[in-house]
Design a protein around this ligand. Structure first.
Ligand code: BTX
Length: 327
């Protein structure tokens, strides 16, 4: 709840000190009874809030679990993840985010679910989203840009996720253009960027991100066993999902601010440090057909440059990429 988000923000600012009910109420603009009710809710969730007469409330411990409030507690952003709409089970966070965006949801809003029953990939493919194991989320942003630039946010988000994975899980993922993150060649994250536009301007971009976090090998369906993996499988331990979301939000916000000030170029430079398909022979499958050749890199707009065997350079805006195995 947005109110509890504000209460947690107030506790964080207090840095472990006491806050009177009156002060919290005044800052947030609610009654002291309401403060008391929200604190009771936080306690139910496992937050240890101490109350001392004449001094006020003090937050001693967080539950360290997977909840909206736990994420807020360590969230250092100004707008990304504010608010987070947290659900147990949804069909698709992407679908909910579209509905919220159409109803004026503010930039930075995240829809997050513990389970998706109809998670979506690109081209109406499915995304397996097992309960309690991953991060299934959709982020709404509203940059004032031309529609052709929207796909850049797939790359920007990929850099954000890769950084968060390094940070929290200590692993080194690779980005496969345009929208996959791989660990040892297997997919650990997929990104789906969709756009709402009017004339040639973007009204909202909805970035869907699925990260396989705490799956064990047996948690994937047979069809995915050979191509999917999770962070826990490689880290050899469970990874705290709340920390991963916090880290992603902060990294994304910084990248996004950079993008708004300086354009795509600085993002491109970072993206290249994670890219795994560049310089290699790849196969690009598109609706119009398949092109094989060498991936030269991405241009200053994020478009993939692919040189076929006749030397011709193709600009690829969207495709499924297969990296050809060494022969
Ligand atoms: P994609 O079309 O590039 O990849 C989809 C393909 O990936 C599937 O056809 C399948 O082969 C494989 N796949 C399915 N599930 C998984 C998985 N859990 N791990 C690894 N591989 C898998 C990628 O599309 C974009 C996915 C975005 C998912 C997020 S989750 C939150 C948001 N809500 C929603 O419905 N979709 C997005």
């Amino acid at each position: 709840s947005p109110v509890r988000q504000k209460i947690l923000d107030a506790f964080r600012k207090a840095g472990g000190g006491y806050l009177s009910g009156e002060k919290i109420a005044g800052e947030i603009g609610i009654s002291r009874t309401a403060v008391w009710k929200h604190i009771a809710e936080l306690r139910k969730e496992g937050f240890l809030v101490e109350a001392v007469p004449k001094k006020g409330y003090r937050l001693r411990e967080t539950p360290g679990e997977w909840s909206e409030e736990e994420i807020y507690w360590g969230l250092e952003t100004k707008r990304i993840g504010r608010p987070i709409r947290f659900f147990e089970t949804v069909d698709s966070t992407q679908k909910i985010a579209h509905e919220l965006a159409a109803n004026g949801a503010e930039e930075g809003t995240i829809v997050l679910a513990d389970e998706q029953t109809m998670g979506r990939g690109r081209l109406s493919r499915g995304w397996h989203s097992k309960k309690g194991k991953g991060i299934w989320m959709s982020l709404i942003i509203r940059p004032d840009i031309a529609v052709q630039k929207a796909p850049q946010f797939t790359l920007l988000a990929a850099v954000g996720v890769a950084g968060a994975i390094e940070d929290v899980a200590g692993l080194s993922p690779k980005i496969k253009w345009p929208n996959d993150l791989l660990i040892e060649g297997k997919k650990v994250c997929g990104i789906l960027t969709e756009m709402v536009s009017q004339e040639n301007r973007v009204l909202a971009i909805i970035i869907g991100i699925g990260i396989n976090v705490n799956h064990r090998p047996g948690d994937f369906p047979d069809a995915l066993k050979d191509k999917a993996t999770s962070l826990a499988i490689h880290a050899g331990k469970e990874i705290p999902r709340a920390k991963l979301v916090q880290s992603f939000c902060l990294k994304f916000e910084r990248l996004y601010d950079t993008y708004l000030k300086a354009g795509f170029l600085p993002v491109k430079t970072l993206w290249e440090t994670y890219a795994c398909s560049i310089g290699q022979r790849i196969e690009a499958r598109m609706v119009q057909g398949t092109i094989r050749g060498k991936a030269l890199g991405i241009d200053e707009e994020g478009v993939l440059l692919l040189q076929d065997d006749s030397g011709r350079i193709h600009h690829i805006y969207s495709a499924d990429i297969e990296i050809e195995k060494d022969v």
